[in-house]
Design a protein around this ligand. Structure first.
Ligand code: HEC
Length: 109
């Protein structure tokens, strides 16, 4: 009597491990990376922004930023140009700021 109860416990324990590892591998195969880590959001000006802004850091720097309004993005772009030396002609800054404000901006209230 005692020995059959012991083997039951073993069956449950082994079965539990097998079941949880099956669950684990199923969950694992579903993992995908968040889509925005590698690329900037699509939108007008994305080529320009990718070419100018991804030279030194990844798109994460933009997507992890709290949403900024146009003035906020203007400040970032100015800082990237003046402080860090982003090779960005002044006449293209406006287009990039428009892109950033549209795709990574604060939604109008
Ligand atoms: C010449 C290199 C360079 C280029 C080009 C560049 N950045 Fe940066 N960026 C940096 C550096 C350096 C930091 C600071 C990194 C740190 O503090 O870890 C930074 C940080 C940031 C941050 C984080 C917040 C902050 O103010 O530190 C944002 C947002 C950002 N960049 C946006 C942009 C955008 C938008 C562009 C395109 C207009 C751009 N960057 C182009 C060098 C660059």
């Amino acid at each position: 009597m005692k020995s059959s109860w012991t083997s039951w416990k073993w069956t449950i324990a082994v079965g539990g491990i097998a079941a949880s590892s099956a669950l684990w591998s199923r969950a694992e195969s579903k993992w995908t990376l968040p889509p925005e880590t590698a690329q900037l959001k699509a939108g007008p000006g994305v080529e320009l922004a990718s070419a100018s802004c991804l030279l030194c850091h990844s798109a994460d720097y933009l997507s992890m930023q709290p949403p900024l309004d146009r003035t906020g993005w203007q400040g970032v772009v100015t800082k990237m140009r003046e402080k860090y030396g982003a090779p960005l002609p002044a006449n293209q800054a406006g287009a990039i700021i428009d892109y950033l404000a549209a795709q990574y901006g604060k939604k109008a209230p």
